[in-house]
Ligand binder design. Structure first.
Ligand SMILES: *[C@@H]1O[C@H](CO)[C@@H](O)[C@H](O)[C@H]1NC(C)=O
Length: 406
């Protein structure tokens, strides 16, 4: 394993010098001359669902893609003809983007199911993913473009999405998150100006603490400090669709860990997704993220914390005025915020021990669904997710807040 990794790192450093050694970044305007294809165009409109595309700008200059999806057959579900149902914002996981909610058939995928149930579905896309639209002043080649972790996703991206949807719909919104989408939800809910606009939240594979994660490949990378090595090498963007990204993945497989088992070694054994669709999934996934984000996630595993990014003592003093980064304090999440959480016995990232730790620190008592055979990815890709999970999730949303009487 170590030998393979060294070989991989050597391959990376060669690729990096090839990539950046002779690149002349003379244009750093952030904007692009060609309009990018949109998530609506690529996936949602072809499935027959009305979909509109929005671009919103975060306080730190990122241009995020946001899609609004409805169903042509659902206008009466919430009792008012022609009026949209309650807004729900979907927050995807790491190395994924808004497409995560639309990868199976309309009968199986949560994004479509919510639209068919009459919800006004808003699809979030984190900065750096292919459905977002860059930055007002940095191009993706600029390392400043990748200088963020999930902390900024929570405090800037989620904040902006929530504010925008709240102002367009004039309504509090529901939030549904998966994995990293739950990390940033928990962090955002500790912020009074964000959580006051949230009606209720449903969290799939909920994560705040990560120190009991069992994912073998992840733990190997954590122990080898791969995140810090990559940062030291000056690689700020993690893009597994690039050549070096593919090389890294291939090099990480050895005889004990076949590439076919790679997903299990990252996410746990998934019971219920359709192996024949993996090629379709890989057309969308994985999306890019930042090395700093991976580093922050690995800090959570190493240190057992749910805190802001740790720069090391000296810089922490400069940035935070203390040696240690401030915690995201789960006890600050209002007791009045209804929460629903679903977690799995085979989830190698959202481990049951860590989920219980989260539950101990939350002031409220969330509704819980536990699925013994579910791995991390089953929560969005399982073929039975509707029966196993989504029906319960939708009853929860419909029973929350001002919609409970409809
Ligand atoms: C699994 O995926 C294949 C290929 O897309 C499809 O033909 C098949 O119907 C799927 N099976 C189920 C149970 O959805």
């Amino acid at each position: 394993m170590a030998r393979r990794l060294l070989a991989a790192l050597a391959a990376i450093s060669i690729t990096v010098s090839a990539l950046f050694g002779d690149s002349v970044d003379c244009f750093d305007g952030g904007g692009k001359s060609q309009p990018d294809p949109t998530l609506c165009d690529v996936l949602i409109l072809p499935a027959g669902y009305p979909c509109s595309e929005y671009t919103i700008q975060t306080k730190d200059g990122f241009l995020l893609g946001l899609q609004r999806v409805s169903s042509s057959s659902s206008s009466l579900r919430f009792g008012y003809a022609g009026e949209r149902g309650p807004p729900v914002l979907l927050l995807h996981g790491l190395f994924m983007a808004g497409d995560a909610w639309f990868l199976n058939t309309p009968e199986q995928s949560l994004g479509y199911i919510l639209a068919d149930q009459g919800f006004d579905v808003w699809v979030g896309n984190a900065r750096g993913t292919r459905w977002s639209h860059g930055h007002t002043s940095y191009s993706e080649k600029n390392k400043k473009f990748w200088d963020w972790s999930w902390q900024e996703l929570a405090l800037y991206d989620v904040a902006e999405m929530v504010n925008y949807i709240y102002s367009v719909t004039n309504s509090k919104l529901f939030i549904v998150g998966h994995s990293q989408g739950t990390i940033i939800s928990f962090a955002a809910f500790t912020q009074p100006d964000i959580v006051e606009k949230v009606e209720a939240a449903a969290l799939l594979s909920p994560i705040s603490y990560l120190d009991h994660a069992t994912a073998t490949l992840v733990l190997k990378m954590v122990n080898m400090h791969i995140d810090q090595m990559i940062l030291t090498m000056g690689i700020h963007q993690l893009n597994f669709k690039s050549e070096w990204g593919k090389n890294l993945l291939v090099s990480l497989c050895d005889t004990r860990l076949s590439c076919g088992d790679m997903l299990s070694s990252i996410t746990g054994k998934n019971c219920c997704f359709n192996d024949s669709r993996v090629a379709d999934y890989l057309e969308q996934e994985p999306h890019p993220s930042s090395t700093k984000n991976l580093n922050h996630l690995f800090q959570m595993i190493r240190d057992g914390t749910f805190s802001q990014y740790d720069y090391g003592k000296l810089k922490n003093v400069k940035v935070y005025g203390k040696f240690k980064p401030p915690k995201f304090d789960l006890s600050r999440i209002p007791k009045s915020l209804p929460l629903w959480m679903a977690y799995g016995g085979n989830d190698a990232l959202a481990d049951v021990t860590d989920v219980k730790h989260t539950l101990r620190e939350l002031p409220s008592t969330p509704e819980l669904v536990y699925l013994e055979n579910y791995g991390h990815v089953d929560f969005i890709l399982s073929l039975q997710a509707k029966q196993d999970l989504y029906d319960s999730l939708i009853s929860f949303l419909k029973s929350s807040g001002k919609y409970s009487s409809i």
